[in-house]
Design a protein around this ligand. Sequence first.
Ligand code: TPP
Ligand code: MG
Length: 391
Amino acid sequence: MTVMEQQGAGHAARTAPPPAWQPSTDPAPLLPDAEPYRVLGTPAAAHTDPALLRRLHAEVVRGRRYNTQATALTKQGRLAVYPSSTGQEACQVAAALALGERDWLFPSYRDTLAAVARGLDPVEALTLLRGDWHTGYDPREHRIAPLCTPLATQLPHAVGLAHAARLKGDDVVALALVGDGGTSEGDFHEALNFAAVWSAPVVFLVQNNGFAISVPLAKQTAAPTLAHKAVGYGMPGRLVDGNDAVAVHEVLGEAVTRAREGGGPTLIEALTYRLDAHTNADDATRYRTDDEVEAWRAHDPVLLLERELTARGLIDEAGLKAVRDDAEARAADLRERMNQDPELEPMDLFADVYAERTSQLREQAAQLRAELDAEAEAEAQAADGAEGGRA
Ligand SMILES: Cc1ncc(C[n+]2csc(CCOP(=O)(O)OP(=O)(O)O)c2C)c(N)n1
Ligand SMILES: [Mg+2]
């Protein structure tokens, strides 16, 4: 073999191709819709079941009235804070209706309406925001996890519950709600990664309302859409018009069915807008224009449903009034019940915090107990004194 031949053989060995690489999953079917999926205002709307349209409409109108009532309660000092979902009612209602009785909802602080639409007592739903008693309801009874204030921490909880249910052979799906800002949290990443690897029966609904308080989406992410993030985890992404209650209901329904049948998780991005400020404590005029808000008002979830129902002759003036009257009656009931002073047991502050109370909590509980006893004794003495004075 000549030197040249030896060099040639060596060269061939050095350039032998590596083992063929194949993606483990074809990414194409995971890619989200090129345009937000819509039903209302399109020819497909004609095929929507009239009963579903009426139900969604009644719930969305109720939800809108519930939001204005809860916001009013903050001004009357009856609620500490209220993150309104006005403008986002289609997502809230569709989330509640997409779940079966045994499924679980994992809401954030903005999702009281979804919990109420799932059947939770509206006063119980507001207990936490009133600052009363922990969660305010029994999460196991309603299969609604506590309204979660730390961003995205509800997501790994949802995955854990869904995975555990599957290991136990339970036919349960978890639906977790999160905001656009929440998708930047580490918990979002961990939850989606585990969900996809375990093929957990969980659905993630991102309500992209354009802002994380004052931070606009463009400062939050450089992703083409939030739904595209699904592909990186190996689950399908869907992009839907979040103000179109019928479209959100349909997309969520498909994802829930897929999860229940063992198909694994889905990430859904619903494009919506919060018409109110972040909470009653926020001034939204400092970071967005009135023109922007007005443009979204023209695409209001209530308006979209009413247009469809009216165009198909499924509702008339009397029907619209009946829906409004029902919403008004519910708001009046909420107002009346929230105006009653709750009976509070201060020692409940320490209940259900830890299985075994820490030494600091034991100390604090003892201090509060002593203060309450001293107060009660002073009141009793004052009452005795008054009695004595009269005698
Ligand atoms: C871990 C964590 N960091 C920061 C906050 C403060 N915070 C409360 S709401 C919010 C914005 C969240 O925006 P987004 O997820 O889009 O939900 P939205 O309020 O728009 O529904 C922030 C930063 C928090 N609650 N938790
Ligand atoms: Mg947001």
